[in-house]
Design a protein around this ligand. Structure first.
Ligand code: SAM
Length: 453
């Protein structure tokens, strides 16, 4: 290892960008990761951490700028941990996300002949989030703080506006902050596990403009609920549902498992590719609807349905992928672990007039076994698991069911590669398309088509 001094300032050329958005400089062959530095830049940086195999640096200034560097429009960008790539042009972000998938599948996975298409981007990559989860806290002096966490910490950066969420969410966030202060509602202290109000969750139906507001509390009730509901609903007629979510556990999970409705409906509505959906508070719903439509169109295209196929949609949420395929398939089965989401999926099928669907609540790895025992033979299986990917027993049963095609949608290409490698002896990856669901962050969504060998 070369001599690299902590707290020393160095000048170096950035040779690469990691999937976390950190520039890589090298002293001899020792890599140092510098957040906010870009490939091909010459930078001055201070070494802040020296590990055995790599170090971390802090950008002091950029001596020679990359042509891809842009000025971040957000006032909170330097502090907030929500976005990591606002200083990189959007075109370059899309290319970087594709590179990440190429590195995984071509280099790590040695699947060099798999076509990886350009990342499908957004025309207007701002104000895209339809769900915001805002931590609530207070300063020592008692001023209410609402915003987002500082990078790699749980310190709240108090903010009035976030450029990736819809503007109505910003307006509602500011109003709630004022109401919490006015009524002296106690705010949650994570270290002491004391105080009432933990998070405000605001969900928006992108095409219906219906809003749901959820107060996540370390208790049973929201004090001054009537007055708060009245002010919010009079100021924002778009609010169609206000809920209290009870969350008394000491945990990083944002919402608890029970909630009650203070105002309006138990759900909000939205439309995706002309299919109407009801979404309740505990159900997963993709956060970028414009891009979700493109993602689902690719998934439907990859499924190559003719009207005769039996389709299994695993990790189906409220049935959005399943119902995008129902009018092109003989029968679609969906499985999802959250019972409320399955209730939504059943209602959504009925409301849209589909009678060729079956939705079951339970872990995919268990329910797929039940389906195998019942003799169900799928032609196409779609999977869209959470970041940790599929359970290995699910993959085993999937192989035994031997569908012609698997369409694998993923928000974490590393676990997607791991799962695909388990399938590789029986399935060939035909192509992969990255879709940018989360502009200005380092997250990448991919959809892969696998065909039985
Ligand atoms: C990335 S979301 C996808 C949902 C849906 N396909 C969509 O596009 O809206 C993953 C879903 O998997 C569900 N899930 C997590 N673990 C599961 C498991 N073991 N079995 C079934 N579903 C699971 C989550 O509740 C969540 O709804």
């Amino acid at each position: 290892m070369p001599i690299v001094e902590k707290n020393e300032t160095y000048i170096g050329r950035v040779v690469d960008l990691t999937h976390e958005g950190h520039g890589v400089v090298k002293i001899d062959r020792y890599p140092i990761f510098v957040p906010q530095a870009l490939t091909d830049e010459t930078i001055r940086y201070k070494v802040i951490k020296v590990n055995k195999k790599y170090g971390f640096g802090k950008l002091v200034d950029v001596i020679e700028e990359s042509e891809n560097r842009v000025t971040p429009p957000c006032d909170y960008y330097q502090k907030c941990g929500g976005c990591q790539l606002q200083h990189l042009s959007y075109e370059a972000q899309l290319e970087m996300k594709r590179e990440q998938v190429v590195n995984l599948f071509h280099r790590k996975g040695k699947m060099t002949d798999v076509p990886i298409h350009p990342t499908v981007g957004m025309a207007e990559p701002w104000h895209y989030r339809n769900k915001t989860q805002i931590p609530v806290g207070a300063t020592k002096e008692g001023a209410v703080q609402m915003g987002f966490y500082r990078q790699r910490s749980h310190d709240i950066i108090d903010m009035d506006e976030c450029l990736i969420q819809d503007d109505i969410q910003n307006q509602i966030m500011r109003e709630i902050k004022q109401l919490v202060q006015q009524y002296g509602i106690s705010t949650y202290n994570e270290q002491r596990h004391q105080g009432l109000l933990r998070h405000i969750v605001i969900r928006l139906g992108h095409f219906t403009n219906e809003v749901m507001v959820i107060f996540v509390v370390n208790g049973k009730k929201l004090p001054h609920a009537d007055a708060i509901v009245e002010t919010l609903t009079q100021t924002f007629p778009a609010i169609k549902s206000i809920k209290v979510n009870v969350h008394r556990e000491k945990s990083n999970v944002i919402m608890g498992t029970t909630s009650h409705t203070l105002y309006g409906k138990d759900y909000i509505e939205d439309t995706l590719n002309d299919i109407h959906f009801e979404i309740s508070d505990l159900s997963f719903y993709q956060i970028n609807v414009t891009q979700t439509q493109k993602l689902y169109n690719i998934a439907v295209d990859y499924a190559q349905l003719t009207g005769n196929e039996v389709v299994l949609d695993a990790y189906c949420g409220i049935g959005t992928i399943a119902l995008s395929m129902t009018d092109k398939a003989k029968h679609v089965y969906g499985v999802e672990v959250v019972p409320e989401a399955i209730e939504d999926a059943k209602r959504n099928a009925e409301n849209n007039g589909y009678d060729n669907t079956t939705f079951v609540a339970g872990p995919a790895e268990k329910v797929i076994l039940d389906w195998q025992r019942a003799g169900i033979q799928p032609d196409v299986v779609t999977v869209d698991p959470p970041r940790k990917g599929c359970d290995p027993t699910f993959i085993e049963t999937l192989k035994a069911l031997a569908p012609e095609r698997i369409v694998y949608v993923s928000c974490n290409p590393s676990t997607q590669l791991r799962d695909i490698q388990l399938l590789e002896d029986q399935y060939r990856v035909v192509e992969i398309t990255p879709v940018d669901m989360f502009p200005h962050t380092t997250h990448v969504e991919t959809v892969a088509l696998l065909e039985r060998r």
